[in-house]
Design a protein around this ligand. Structure first.
Ligand SMILES: *Cc1c(COP(=O)(O)O)cnc(C)c1O
Length: 441
């Protein structure tokens, strides 16, 4: 094919696929625990010219000209971050949660040092992972990662077991330098205080990865890691915080110069200025609306868990109220493996993901066919849904998983159900529909 024609066809194809994606999401139930829908104002920031500029360095000390307005927005983003999280130091330049973690690994540890973190089936994130699993901490920073002992019955870190493990490591001459907390399946607050006390005995640092729960912390419904003893908090700005895809570090003045130097020039050149503007907007929304938003997210998560449980889907940790966050996990292995559940639900326009659950750790299940699924209520809550709607969602999921109904039939019901929920809530302005495709070409 002629190259101009191939270019033309590809151009049209990409734009058509983008529009189709938007149409699909308008008619679907978005339940992936790590995603969200930002407000129209955040989306406006993302298409602004900030996204075409450079501003290396710190506001006022840039390596580029043209930053008159960019600097003001970045300073405001930092001020808002300090206010929302009551933090002494905020850096809004990490372009993702993983980069924020890498910054913390670089500030607080050296290659070869030992870091404690959660295993993936216990909720750990790949960026906390060891070399053998291709994890960021191991592959990029060459840290030696040791796992926390874990109480699977209660889905929490086993503090006594971990103490014993640390003593054993010490006998082998291994001293821990960094304690990583936070998770991708983050159902209950982590024992920051206890870990910080242990860390003090080793002269080690504590980093709390709030990627998943940043919006809940902003809404003051989860825990307050800085006050409980964390040396730094890393986060993604696009999960419960509902901003653009980006990252952030919160810490104390005593570490500010180290973080500044590592984040630039160490780890970034460009830091995605359109996203920084979006983060400022999301933080402003958090100040005004997230106490209410976060409370509703958790109420909805508990309601969805209960409703699923009543309909024969084994949501885990019922004896602990299922969850204290936006996330819930269910064991679907009575019906099918997690992969099959994910695929069938996707056909039904119910979008969530398969997930390893604690029993997979013992069974050594292949990560491709885990026993569970993971769901989060942050996005459907942002669309204005409450406890009553969680019952309806549970019904739709049950019809696919328990009753083996034809997924395409259920997709029609999902589309009907979604009609009333097309706007972003907990935002200053919400004229444009949540998933409306914005054409500016
Ligand atoms: C999602 C997640 C990250 C990664 O964040 P990105 O912004 O995608 O880089 C880091 N840590 C945890 C615990 C996460 O769940």
């Amino acid at each position: 094919m002629d190259k101009v024609m191939y270019g033309r066809e590809s151009f049209e194809k990409v734009l058509r696929l983008l529009e189709e994606h938007h149409r699909w999401f308008r008619e679907s139930l978005p339940l992936i625990a790590s995603e969200n829908i930002p407000s129209p104002a955040v989306r406006e920031a993302l298409v602004s010219d900030f996204g075409n500029r450079y501003a290396e360095g710190w506001p006022g000390e840039r390596l580029y000209a043209g930053c008159r307005y960019i600097d003001q927005v970045e300073l405001l983003a930092m001020e808002l971050g300090k206010r929302v999280y009551d933090a002494e130091f905020v850096d809004v330049r990490p372009i993702s949660g993983v980069m924020a973690n890498l910054a913390a690994y670089t500030v607080f540890a050296q290659p070869g040092d030992i870091m404690m973190a959660l295993a993936v089936p216990h909720g750990g994130h790949i960026s906390h992972g060891k070399l053998k699993w291709g994890g960021t901490a191991g592959v990029v920073r060459h840290l030696e990662v040791e796992r926390y002992e874990f109480d699977e019955e209660n889905f929490e870190i086993d503090i006594d077991g971990t103490r014993k493990k640390l003593r054993k490591l010490e006998e082998e001459g291994k001293k821990v330098k960094l304690f990583m907390l936070g998770a991708s399946v983050f159902l209950f607050p982590h024992p920051v205080k206890e870990i910080a006390e242990i860390a003090a005995g080793y002269n080690a640092k504590v980093v709390y990865d709030a990627a998943h729960v940043a919006g809940l912390i902003a809404g003051r419904v989860f825990q307050d890691p800085l006050r409980e003893g964390a040396d730094a908090v890393t986060l993604s700005t696009h999960k419960t915080l509902a901003g653009p895809q980006h990252g952030m570090v919160l810490s104390w003045n005593r570490y500010s110069e180290d973080f500044k130097r590592v984040i630039f020039p160490g780890l970034h050149s460009n830091h995605h200025l359109h996203a920084v503007a979006g983060v400022a907007i999301a933080l402003a929304e958090a100040l005004a609306f997230y106490e209410e938003y976060a409370r509703q997210i958790v109420k909805n998560a508990k309601a969805l868990a209960r409703a699923l449980h009543e309909r024969g889907i084994e949501v885990l940790y019922d004896h602990k109220g299922y969850t204290e966050s936006h996330t819930l996990i269910a064991d679907v292995s009575r019906y099918m493996d997690g992969m099959k559940a994910e695929k069938k639900l996707e056909e039904a326009n119910i979008i969530l993901n398969r997930n390893l659950i604690p029993k997979d750790y013992r069974l050594k299940t292949d990560y491709k066919t885990p026993s569970g699924i993971r769901m989060g209520t942050q996005e459907v809550t942002r669309l204005g849904m409450k406890e009553g709607e969680m019952e309806e969602i549970a019904d739709l999921i049950k019809q696919v998983i328990v009753d083996s109904r034809e997924p395409r039939e259920i997709a029609l019901k999902v589309r009907e159900f979604r009609k009333e929920f097309q706007h972003v809530h907990y935002a200053f302005s919400s004229q444009t529909e949540a998933y409306e495709y914005i054409k500016i070409r």
